[in-house]
Design a protein around this ligand. Structure first.
Ligand SMILES: C[S@@+](CC[C@H](N)C(=O)[O-])C[C@H]1O[C@@H](n2cnc3c(N)ncnc32)[C@H](O)[C@@H]1O
Length: 1017
């Protein structure tokens, strides 16, 4: 336990914790845990926004900026971890799940196993002894938990935000170290803020998106400011602060209002009879049921117990095949459900030149396989009649063009499609793409006896092809919608906005002729969503609750549009949401959700979290922000391909009018022209303007953190140039892996979120690059040494790539702190670079990486030997060390090659596949790559070759003879060879490198022979 009676450590000047250290490995694990929580993350439930930052990272950043650096870096770190509840004490407080017995068993030594487990227990099936006391069980849990690696411990923990902060013991340690008197994070933040800025710290984000940063700042007790160019982002941030942060009172009102609106819409939809199989009961019975529903005698659920209700509608586009004249339903696959083994089968209707669609469940494997081949293959329409008539398939593009100019009064797109008009709610009969309902899944209520022999309600689901009754319900839905359409559009209950053409928004126009946002929805979706909007306006609630209901309308749109894919996968058999990818791509077949299936979308759960009074939130261009804050933490739209303005118009079309009423001072369009996007000169100029403005709106000792996605040195250089030009200097940078596993797997480069810490530039004389280089060299080494000194050998905080990235940061720290004679920042920013041409800043970063690579001597290799190796030799040895740490990304080798200035390194690789890249073993090299003065003639290559001969001949004699004959100055290289062979021999202990085991044994044998002087030298 830490001694807590000591006096407070004095801060070392103005420097903050985040400028000197950051527990990146633990932060990566925490961010990953939060991301994996998906919809149960605190803010994601409010609505879709792309690129949300994990709250835990925002919390760590703000605390890291407020905490001072002291003369005791280890205690600084301990205090930081305690505040984040990422230390042992905090993790034990967060532990909410029990470690299963088999896991306990696997982690315990034999003595404990015998003492605590029943005989016969194994690592897969274990049972704790009956007589163990609760204390003994708790102690077992505690011991095993604390022995697990950090990321495994997190599997049994809540997130830091889900518990009530550090323990009283931790507060004693924190206060003793910092000289503070806090017992909660907000109290500490206020104390630290007053010390650093003379007031409660003000934290702002001018690119706030979904609001993570202002929300976390508010929760920590800061005065927060949040703005974003996009009003949807501003609304989400406002909601985060006022709804999630509004406390239990707001949450309760929200829950009540959501239920009230949902129930009203449910009664209405039930009474319309558009989702029930009314033909299953007599007309008289149906009317009687509805009459009782309307009198409030029964609820919609009672109606559904008597009459089956739909829980999925499946639609597809249909076109006329120009070759055969037949109408063909379009679907890339005819499989509807993999678990229910349900498929759609086309049955020719020769009289009408169309296909009936049969729905079959529980089909054979062969039928499932056949159904996987749909009617659209590689952009061509393929159907049974083509084969019968011996005709060739037509492409969708040809079919589209065939529709050109059919109606002389209509407007047409270049793609050949008629452009829909506002009043078009379904395709016109002449349109190329018709829309067809081809399957309905029904839910039937059945009574069953449960285990206690009581009668309970259960449900059975069934897919069926639509009948005449279903088609009549489709027509009734359309009629009901038509009766309301004009009025609902005027009142803003239905979208009336035109789709502005753009990168993403061209897609619906070009591929379907849809010109207005409501064209992305079918009549069912419009009628039900419109009914929700109409009912929402009528409920009497406060602003926060009204906004939640409005966000609910956005979610209904997102989960129930014609862009919602139907997924037949066994675990799902359900409709996905619109934004599966960051695009607006119309589908050939899609699912539509009846009311019960959107219940959870509309009645989304509002999590609550205590906070202080909400600060300012508004939509505004970052260039025009005038708020004064102490800390800007921003996550600009940099190097991300998300087209925020265009995608957000999908939601704005649904709730823009409410925003106008509720926030009269806000604008309600997406301001496409002002959005910072792309990567060219215009983009860089806008970014400089944004950051110059933010820098002007912070005090001289203010701090900024800019986050961006790490890709390569060019991205860093570009951003550093922008921030440098905006009057900022880099003081530190850390890279945290925030992406989930799948995202990481896709990227083959070193991926992660970089946090760049910045301060205002101070005026100073300009210097020449030559004068800066030595300083960069010293700084890179200092940075790496300080990280290594602080690192924990048992649980390393930094990986190999962290050291390289630290070199980037160190170089930028030196560079951006000065004016450099040879670098004209404004000129460099405006210059269009040819492909592959590096900016001077990029050159400097690369140089820094080289310094770092040279400084990072692999463990087991002596500095002198390291210095004597050539670039490819270093790449090989360092690469093997990284592989032994589980590194298989190809981008890492690319970075290493650049870092060492090594040329063609690919011949050294056994595999170049994404995430499987590794170096050849000695045996895989065999006799190859032996030529030339480069790697072929190097000491490392000779060592590898002799390992190969040792393995081949099962003896050392041939190898030793080779070394004596081929290695120049063998006697003086002998010791180096032993060292290299020892290095390779050590790979034998690495369980994840089985491909090295035989060669490593050979290396061991050979090293032993040389050491025993079997070479007689
Ligand atoms: C990467 S996102 C921020 C995500 C956010 N940190 C979160 O956690 O949700 C970048 C944001 O910048 C906004 N943006 C783009 N151009 C802008 C401008 N000129 N001024 C202010 N915000 C802008 C976008 O609307 C987008 O929300």
């Amino acid at each position: 336990m830490t001694e807590v009676t000591r006096t407070a450590a004095s801060p070392l000047g103005d420097t903050c914790f985040l400028e000197t250290q950051f527990p990146v490995a633990k932060m990566s694990a925490e961010s990953y845990k939060e991301r994996k929580a998906n919809y149960s993350q605190t803010l994601t439930g409010l609505g879709k926004w792309w690129g949300r930052k994990p709250l835990v990272l925002c919390r760590a950043t703000i605390l890291g900026l407020l905490l001072p650096e002291t003369a005791d870096p280890r205690l600084d770190r301990e205090v930081f971890l305690r505040l984040m509840t990422m230390d042992e004490d905090g993790l034990l407080r967060r532990k909410s799940k029990t470690i299963p017995p088999a896991r306990l068993f696997a982690c315990l030594p034999p003595g404990d196993r015998a003492r605590c487990f029943e005989a016969g227990s194994t690592e897969t099936k274990a049972k704790l002894k009956r007589g163990l006391s609760t204390t003994e069980k708790e102690e077992l849990q505690r011991r095993v938990f604390l022995a697990l690696p950090y990321d495994e411990r997190l599997q049994f923990c809540d997130r830091p935000e889900q518990i009530d902060g550090p323990s009283p013991e931790s507060w004693r340690v924190v206060n003793a170290h910092l000289g503070t008197h806090a017992s909660s994070l907000p109290e500490l933040v206020v104390e630290l803020g007053k010390r650093r800025f003379g007031r409660v710290p003000r934290v702002g984000d001018a690119f706030c998106g979904g609001g993570s940063i202002p929300f976390e700042a508010a929760r920590l007790g800061c005065e927060e400011y949040g703005s974003d160019l996009n009003p949807v982002a501003a609304l989400l941030t406002w909601a985060a602060l006022n709804i999630v942060g509004g406390g239990p009172g707001v949450a309760e009102e929200v829950r009540r209002a959501q239920q009230e609106v949902y129930d009203a819409v449910d009664r209405q939809v039930t009474a319309w009879g558009i989702e029930h199989r009314t033909e299953d009961v007599s007309e008289a019975e149906w009317h009687a049921l509805i009459a009782r529903l309307e009198r409030g005698k029964i609820g919609p659920a009672d109606v559904s117990r008597r009459v089956p209700r739909a829980d999925a509608y499946l639609y597809c586009a249909e076109v006329v095949c120009p070759e055969t004249g037949w109408r063909v339903p379009l679907a890339p696959s005819c499989v509807i459900g993999e678990k229910s083994r349900c498929i759609a089968r086309l049955v020719p209707d020769r009289e009408n030149h169309r296909y009936e669609i049969e729905i079959l469940s529980g089909v054979s494997e062969a039928e499932m396989t056949a159904a996987k081949k749909g009617t659209v293959r590689d952009g061509y329409v393929v159907h049974p009649m083509l084969e019968e008539q011996n005709k060739q398939p037509a492409s969708i593009t040809q079919i589209r063009m065939a529709g050109r100019g059919r109606d002389p009064r209509a407007r047409y797109d270049d793609s050949g499609l008629r452009l829909w008009e506002n009043d078009d709610l379904v395709p016109r009969p002449d349109d190329v793409f018709q829309e067809r309902l081809y399957c309905v899944r029904w839910v039937r209520a059945v009574e069953r006896r449960n285990a206690k022999r009581e009668m309970v309600w259960d449900t059975e689901k069934e897919y069926r092809a639509p009948t005449q009754h279903d088609l009549a319900r489709e027509q009734r839905t359309l009629d009901l919608l038509r009766q309301r359409f004009r009025e609902w559009q005027e009142k803003g209950f239905l979208p009336s906005m035109k789709i502005e053409p753009g990168d993403k928004t061209n897609e619906p126009i070009r591929t379907r002729g849809w010109t207005h946002w409501h064209h992305l929805f079918n009549p069912r979706q419009l009628l039900v969503n419109g009914a929700f909007a109409e009912t929402t306006i009528c409920v009497d609630v406060g602003a926060a609750t009204l906004c939640t209901l409005v966000l609910g309308l956005g979610k209904l749109a997102e989960w129930n549009s014609k862009l919602c894919k139907w997924t037949p996968a066994p675990a799902s058999e359900k409709t996905e949401q619109t934004f599966l990818n960051q695009a607006l791509n119309p589908l050939l077949n899609w699912g539509s959700r009846p009311l019960p299936m959107v219940e959870d979308n509309f009645k989304f759960e509002v999590q609550t979290s205590g906070r202080s009074e909400p600060g300012t939130v508004k939509p505004i261009d970052a260039r025009a922000v005038s708020a004064e804050v102490d800390i800007w933490m921003t996550d600009p739209p940099y190097a991300d391909a998300v087209n925020y303005p265009e995608l957000s118009e999908f939601a704005l079309a649904w709730f823009g009018h409410v925003l106008r009423e509720r926030f009269p001072s806000w604008y309600t369009d997406s301001r496409r022209a002002l959005a910072v996007t792309g990567s060219g000169e215009d983009f860089r100029r806008s970014m400089v303007d944004c950051y110059r403005n933010l820098t002007a709106h912070m005090p001289d000792h203010g701090l900024q953190v800019v986050t961006f996605t790490h890709q390569d040195a060019a991205v860093w250089a570009d951003l550093a140039l922008i921030l440098w030009a905006a009057g900022l200097r880099v003081t530190a940078a850390w890279c945290v892996a925030t992406e989930t596993e799948s995202a990481l797997k896709e990227g083959n480069y070193v991926q992660g979120t970089v946090l760049m810490v910045l301060r205002k530039q101070q005026s100073g004389d300009s210097v020449f690059l030559d004068e800066v280089y030595p300083e960069i060299e010293i700084e890179v080494r200092r940075q790496i040494d300080s990280m290594r000194n602080l690192d924990d050998a048992r649980e390393p905080n930094f990986g190999d790539t962290d050291y390289q990235l630290a070199a980037y940061a160190a170089a930028l720290r030196v560079l951006t702190g000065k004016k450099i004679e040879e670098i004209d920042v404004a000129y460099e920013l405006n210059r269009t670079r040819k492909g592959g041409e590096a900016s001077p800043v990029e050159e400097i970063i690369r140089r820094a990486v080289r310094i770092a690579c040279d400084h990072l001597v692999p463990r087991g290799i002596d500095v002198h030997l390291w210095k004597s190796l050539g670039p490819l030799e270093r790449l090989y040895v360092k690469g093997l060390e990284m592989e032994s740490h589980g590194e298989y990304r190809s981008g890492v080798y690319q970075e290493l090659a650049r870092g060492f200035g090594a040329g063609e390194y690919k011949p050294l690789l056994a595999s170049t596949k994404a995430n499987q890249t590794r170096l050849k073993t000695a045996s895989e090299f065999g006799r190859k790559e032996m030529a030339g003065d480069g790697f072929g003639g190097s000491l490392v290559r000779h060592a590898l070759f002799t390992i190969f001969t040792t393995v081949q001949s099962e003896g050392t004699r041939e190898g030793i003879a080779w070394l004596k004959a081929e290695v120049r100055d063998y006697a003086s290289q002998r010791q180096n060879l032993i060292e290299l062979l020892d290095f390779f021999a050590a790979l034998r202990q690495n369980g994840s490198m089985p491909h090295w085991h035989t060669d490593a044994a050979g290396a061991d044998l050979l090293a032993g022979a040389l050491r025993n002087r079997e070479d007689n030298v």
